[in-house]
Write a new protein. Structure first.
Length: 93
C-alpha cells in the first residue's frame, strides 16, 4: 500500500486564528497538515507547533478536484490571514 499524499508546514496564525472542530479557535505558531484521503477528498489538521494532539480544521474534509497541493497552499494562506480560518475548497463529498 502506498503512503497517502501529505503536505505539512508551520504557519503563524493571523489575528483570530484557525477554527477547529475539537477546541474552537487556536492561535499562534501552528502546524498545518493536509492529507489526501479516500473519495477525492483532502483532510486538514492543525496543531500547536510541536504539540502531540492534532485538531481537524473546521470544514474538513473537502473535495480536492485534482489540486490537493493548491488547497494546502490556500489553507496556509487562510490560517495566515486568521479570522477563524476554515478549510478552503469545494464541498465534502
Amino acid at each position: 500500500m502506498t503512503e497517502p499524499h501529505r503536505w505539512q508546514d508551520d504557519v503563524l496564525a493571523g489575528p483570530g486564528g484557525a477554527m477547529t472542530d475539537e477546541v474552537g479557535v487556536i492561535t499562534g505558531p501552528l502546524t498545518l497538515r493536509t492529507t489526501v484521503v479516500a473519495g477525492g477528498l483532502v483532510r486538514f489538521d492543525v496543531q500547536y507547533q510541536d504539540a502531540d494532539e492534532w485538531c481537524v480544521l473546521t470544514g474538513s474534509p473537502r473535495a480536492h478536484h485534482g489540486a490537493p497541493a493548491a488547497l494546502h497552499a490556500a489553507a496556509l494562506a487562510a490560517v495566515r490571514a486568521g479570522g477563524g480560518a476554515e478549510a478552503p475548497g469545494g464541498r465534502a463529498g
